[in-house]
Design a protein around this ligand. Structure first.
Ligand SMILES: N[C@@H](CCC(=O)N[C@@H](CS)C(=O)NCC(=O)O)C(=O)O
Length: 192
């Protein structure tokens, strides 16, 4: 059986848990920042990030590659190039805000007027406005993998209060519209 290694709070992990909700797999919750789980992660994945998939000894790193691996295995169609770009934009915001969160946890004031913080904030702002428009155009009306990734990003931003979404009405409406899905509530980082 496929084993998905991750944490309940990571948006990169949650997207796969939701996407795989109808596919038999085991979820292994890790504490990646210290202790024996970190040693296990280092032993299996030199990139030292989650998610990580173990499919009968085939160990695959990175959510995007795991998505490709499972799609290939289950003969799911490939995303369109527009969807690939949407995933890249979603991942860019996710990566920037993971950096901001890790800096905050390192007691660094990320509101300081510093180039590094400004670049992350500008990327998040411009990317989220772009995604807000894409939602308005109907690109995320279906519950496909890019929609799942967008939902996990928006919900995590709200959970960790990482960015101001007050002007992003379509993103907020998209969040509300998908909030009560069973696989969404089952993977809520606040309760799981
Ligand atoms: N590109 C990777 C990003 C994964 C990622 O950044 N995961 C975070 C958790 S949300 C992580 O493991 N961070 C550990 C670290 O940065 O040291 C993916 O799509 O899987």
């Amino acid at each position: 059986m496929m084993k998905l290694y991750g944490s309940t709070t990571s948006p990169f992990v949650r997207r796969l848990r939701i996407w795989l909700s109808a596919v038999e797999h085991e979820f292994i919750n890790m504490q990646i920042f210290d202790g024996p789980d970190r040693e296990q992660l280092a032993a299996q994945n030199p990139a030292m990030k989650i998610p990580m998939l173990d499919d009968d000894g085939n160990v695959i790193f990175d959510s995007r590659v795991i998505y490709r691996y499972v799609s290939d295995k289950l003969k799911y169609p490939s995303p369109s190039w527009d969807q690939e770009n949407q995933l890249t934009v979603i991942d860019a915001v996710n990566d920037s805000l993971v950096q901001i969160l890790l800096l905050q946890r390192s007691n660094i004031n990320t509101d300081d007027d510093k180039m590094y913080f400004r670049l992350q904030r500008e990327r998040a702002d411009i990317s989220l406005l772009y995604l807000n428009e894409q939602v308005q155009q109907g690109q995320f009306d279906d519950w496909h993998y890019p929609s799942i990734c967008l939902y996990c990003l928006i919900d995590w931003i709200e959970f960790r209060t990482l960015h101001d979404l007050s002007k992003m009405d379509h993103l907020k409406a998209f969040h509300r519209a998908n909030h009560d899905r069973i696989e969404v509530t089952a993977t809520d980082p606040r309760t799981s």
